[in-house]
Ligand binder design. Structure first.
Ligand code: NAP
Length: 257
């Protein structure tokens, strides 16, 4: 049993929907004060309202991870509201599809600036508060795509997700003296609003390639993040947890039972 998060404040970037919303819901269920962050404040507010209706503590904050000023304002507002910041779930990300032949500089920059540089800016903005925390925790939402696997059309995305992990290992060394850990969750295919829109046939064909024969739920990622954020995970830093139902394991389709 992990120590409850009552009194701890968590910032979740990209928490208005998808995996971030799942992380926000689970952390709120464990008693944390949750800052629901996204660019669209209306959608963030409706996600925060849902948490409050379920008995949790949550507030919405506007924030764009591709802007350091925006992240600094958001972190300051969260700290003023809740009295500090203990945990940062750096989760916001984008994954537009583009072939190498067609990829523009703007497409490359959007993905790198949101996914990789966005993590840096969120961390830079939260660092003064994490240093003041009893123990600070940073959890990155990386991916299996890039660090482990590849997918045509996602070379920029894969590069950004691998960049997060390279960043993490050096960051861990800088943060350890402040009793701050940084780790990453690497999701496989997770059922989010965007995936639901692609329809049952698409989802079923994806599920068939996963040893556990289902697409992951946002809660599957959230519980891994929850462990890495816990007091009990205090001696774990610069590590990754793949949460993919075994998706990356089979050597070939024949290896799938
Ligand atoms: P999603 O459903 O599209 O949600 C993305 C969230 O990020 C939204 O809340 C969005 O809100 C926010 N966001 C996007 N750009 C932002 C920015 N510049 N600043 C602040 N917030 C921003 O995505 P998801 O599928 O849950 O993915 C979340 C994370 O998991 C990403 O890092 C993704 O790479 C990773 N991941 C997802 C999967 C999967 O299968 N879904 C698999 C592996 C890894 P606004 O648009 O309002 O800002």
């Amino acid at each position: 049993m992990l120590t409850p998060l009552k009194g701890k404040t968590v910032i979740v970037t990209g928490a208005s929907k998808g995996i971030g919303k799942g992380i926000a819901d689970v952390f709120a269920g464990k008693g944390a004060n949750v800052a629901v962050v996204s660019r669209n404040i209306e959608i963030a507010e409706s996600s925060a309202e849902e948490i409050r209706k379920n008995g949790g503590i949550a507030k919405a904050f506007a924030g764009d991870v591709s802007s350091l000023d925006s992240m600094k304002k958001m972190a300051n507002d969260v700290a003023s509201s809740f009295g500090g910041v203990d945990i940062l779930c750096s989760n916001a990300g984008v994954f537009p599809n583009s072939s190498i032949e067609d990829m523009s500089i703007n497409e490359w920059d959007l993905v790198m600036n949101t996914n990789a540089r966005g993590a840096l800016f969120a961390i830079q903005a939260c660092l003064p508060f994490l240093k003041e925390a009893e123990f600070g925790r940073i959890i990155l939402t990386s991916s299996i795509t890039g660090p482990v696997t590849g997918y045509a059309g996602w070379s920029h995305y894969g590069a950004s997700k691998a960049a997060q992990l390279g960043f993490m290992r050096s960051a861990a060394l800088e943060l350890a003296p402040y009793n701050i850990t940084i780790n990453a969750v690497m999701p496989g295919n997770i059922l989010t609003e965007g995936l639901v829109e692609l329809g049952d046939d698409y989802i079923n064909s994806m599920a068939a390639t996963v040893p556990m024969k289902r697409i992951g739920k946002v809660e599957d990622i959230a519980y891994a993040a929850l462990f890495l954020a816990s007091k009990e995970a205090n001696y774990i830093t610069a590590q990754t947890i793949v949460v993919d139902g075994g998706q990356i394991i089979p050597e070939s389709l024949d290896a799938l039972a």
